[in-house]
Design a protein around this ligand. Structure first.
Ligand code: SF4
Ligand code: SF4
Length: 401
């Protein structure tokens, strides 16, 4: 038995449906014009078209582990009717770490959690809310079948079939999907799936991975990017020029799989209230406003400098050279005024003004069931595997600067 398992689309949705009867199963879901990660019921999954579950989501899946808004602590106090000076208070920690399968994200999405793990789990103070959800979540990632507008994971030491951060990775091949466990958690999840052995599909998987890697535009060199972005810190003219169109909407940070800032607010009354943690954005003017009225980052240029420097200079400086951008390209395609972090990084490194030729937008071909064998006739064959444009191996795997 190899470590590769094969599932047809029906077997896959059946398995997800079975999982959803005991766990929260989150996957991409079309909602109006957007695709977002949402929980599915077992019934929905049993009837789902698998291609709908494989769409590229506009928002990142980080909400599965770091919710957009969560109650950290809630309290209720009751006065003693006999003695109004006495108060009985009960405090609740409502952290819910529901067993979760996060299905259908891309390798950059899975790597996003590795970026979040460092500030939330490493060091003296661990975040117990994040830790509990991280532990309770199994990440089942699809190797990218194609490259989309804005993708640049190969700039940051990754590729469209990177396994880092995933518990299971699967690849679309003719007639279905090939699954591979990456971690023990992933092995345990696949153990009960009942999928067939797929040792004979290893070549098709390698060819699919090579074709996706080949489709990415050549990466920009990020040699010494940490130092070069840091050296731009006082170059106000550079950041002013790069940021002139910015609307300070914060979209680039809210959809980012690695942006990690939050704010704490209290709501309720003296006798019944809760403390909330909500995502916040360093791109909005009030993020750094101090009680005195002083704002250390009052301009758009100051805030963009912080955002780009955090991804490519501050975070690598703190965490052994690792970037806090995984090259998913969401901020590139979603910015309403088309500001492009690749442009800023490249311009910071090379001191030039560059225009990029981007990869074409391409939707993956739908995966269809293999035809059933026909009685009394030669067995039906799966469609001939499509030859990838090239099988050149992906770029180097260095995750560091
Ligand atoms: S999405 Fe674009 S316009 Fe909005 S804050 Fe980010 S860079 Fe500025
Ligand atoms: S900064 Fe942009 S490209 Fe990088 S991880 Fe965040 S959303 Fe993706």
């Amino acid at each position: 038995m190899s470590n590769l398992l094969f599932a047809t689309p029906k077997e896959l949705t059946g398995w997800l449906s079975k999982l959803a009867s005991g766990k929260r199963v989150m996957a991409p879901r079309q909602e109006g014009p957007s695709v977002v990660f949402r929980a599915y019921t077992a019934k929905e999954l049993a009837a789902a078209d698998v291609n709908a579950l494989l769409k590229r989501s506009y928002s990142s899946p980080k909400q599965a582990i770091l919710p957009q808004c969560e109650t950290l602590v809630a309290f209720k106090s009751a006065k003693d009717p006999e003695d109004m000076s006495k108060l009985t208070t009960t405090v609740e920690n409502p952290c819910v770490a529901e067993p979760t399968v996060l299905f259908g994200g891309r390798p950059c999405d899975a790597r996003g959690f590795v970026v979040l793990d460092r500030p939330y789990l490493e060091g003296k103070f661990k975040d117990p809310y994040y830790a509990a959800r991280r532990e309770a979540t199994v990440i089942v990632t699809q190797a990218c079948p194609t490259v989309l507008n804005g993708c640049f994971c190969n700039w940051v030491g990754s590729d469209p079939a990177d396994k880092e951060g995933s518990d299971v990775i699967f690849t679309a091949v003719d007639g279905g999907f090939v699954f591979e466990a990456v971690t023990e958690k992933g092995e345990a999840l696949l153990a009960g799936a009942g999928f067939a052995d797929a040792a004979d599909k290893a070549e098709a998987v390698a060819a699919a991975h090579a074709a996706a890697a080949e489709a990415l535009p050549a990466p920009s060199t990020l040699d010494h990017v940490q130092e070069k972005v840091a050296a731009r810190f006082t170059d106000n003219a550079f950041w002013d020029k790069e940021t002139v169109k910015c609307l300070s909407c914060g979209c680039c940070t809210f959809i980012c799989p690695t942006c990690q800032c939050f704010t704490i607010t209290d709501e309720g009354s003296q006798l019944d209230g809760r403390r909330l943690r909500s995502w916040d954005s360093c791109m909005t003017p009030l993020f750094t406003m101090e009680t005195s009225g002083h704002n250390p980052r009052p301009t758009k240029a100051n805030r963009m400098r912080n955002r780009v420097s955090h991804k490519f200079s501050f975070y690598p400086e703190r965490y052994d050279g690792y970037f806090s951008c995984v090259g998913c390209g969401r901020c590139v395609v979603s910015c309403p005024v088309s500001l492009d972090i690749r442009h800023m990084v490249k311009a910071a490194v090379e001191g030039c003004d560059l225009v990029f030729e981007d990869a074409p937008v391409a939707e993956p071909a739908p995966v269809v069931e293999a035809p059933a064998p026909v009685a009394e006739a030669a067995p039906a064959q799966n469609p001939a595997p499509q030859k990838p444009a090239s099988q050149k191996p992906s770029k180097g795997k260095s995750k560091k600067k």
